[in-house]
Design a protein around this ligand. Structure first.
Ligand code: ATP
Length: 225
């Protein structure tokens, strides 16, 4: 389970500009949650806080019982490598590694054996329908294909929690729907948890529930809004 309790985050001297406070969230295994909200309300900042990439000003963030708030940088980095998967709009695919190497990267960072990393990366590429592109360079792939590589890489180390920030922002609606369905299916099949930040209602509607971030916190989206 991923549990946020009474989270507070601000910017400026002593957090003078409060972005959110009293924010709570609970995500169960196998569940995929979408977070929507006005531009600038703090969605990406919240996602960064969830991953321990941004410090918070109060509250607790617990992944499968481990408290993130207060962990030192090394412990946080280790937890991120083991337990988090990231799918961001700019995908962060490395141009000097081929497709299968890009997917294997999280396993290398966890000191997996090379042959085992290659086997698992190819298994994930098969899952996202790109096994035949394993030896290609990222520049040879389309935007939608790169996004599928990013999904394979985000899941290859079997993370507990996948965080996605506008993962389909560059794609046309049909491709976006296909990529999102794949992401959701992979997260559910793995019994992992997913949190998606998006401006796209079509994307958010594919999640199990939609929450809206605003000045009053994170609330379930009212039907029909
Ligand atoms: N390091 C920082 N220092 C000061 N202010 C920041 C910092 N990072 C973000 N902010 C501010 O916090 C607010 C929320 O930014 P954030 O990117 O989280 O919003 P968002 O909801 O994801 O927006 P969008 O939907 O446009 O991507 C913005 O006003 C931004 O300027």
């Amino acid at each position: 389970m991923f549990e946020i309790c009474d989270l507070k985050k601000g910017f400026g001297t002593a957090g003078a500009r409060v972005l959110f406070e009293g924010l709570s969230l609970r995500v169960q295994r196998g569940e995929f949650v979408a977070i929507m909200g006005e531009s600038g309300v703090g969605k990406s900042t919240l996602l960064n806080c969830m991953a321990g990439l941004e410090p918070v000003d109060g509250g607790s963030i617990r992944l499968d019982g481990t408290e993130l708030v207060g962990l030192d940088d090394d412990a946080l980095a280790g937890l991120r490598r083991r337990s988090f998967g990231f799918v961001f709009q700019a995908f962060h695919i490395l141009p000097h590694l081929d497709v299968v190497q890009n997917v294997a990267l999280p396993l290398w960072l966890l000191d997996a054996d090379d042959a085992e990393a290659d086997r698992r990366a190819r298994g994930m590429l098969d899952r996202v329908g790109l096994l035949d592109r394993a030896g290609d360079w990222p520049r040879e792939l389309s935007g939608g294909e790169l996004q599928r590589v990013a999904i394979a890489r985000a899941l290859v180390h079997r993370p507990s929690l996948v965080l996605a920030d506008e993962p389909t922002g560059n794609l046309d609606p049909a491709r976006a729907a296909g990529v999102l369905d794949l992401l959701l299916e992979c997260v559910r099949d793995a019994g992992a948890m997913g949190i998606l930040v998006t401006h796209s209602r079509a994307a958010a509607l594919r999640a199990d529930r939609i929450l809206r971030l605003s000045a009053v916190g994170l609330l379930p989206e009212a039907e029909g809004t």
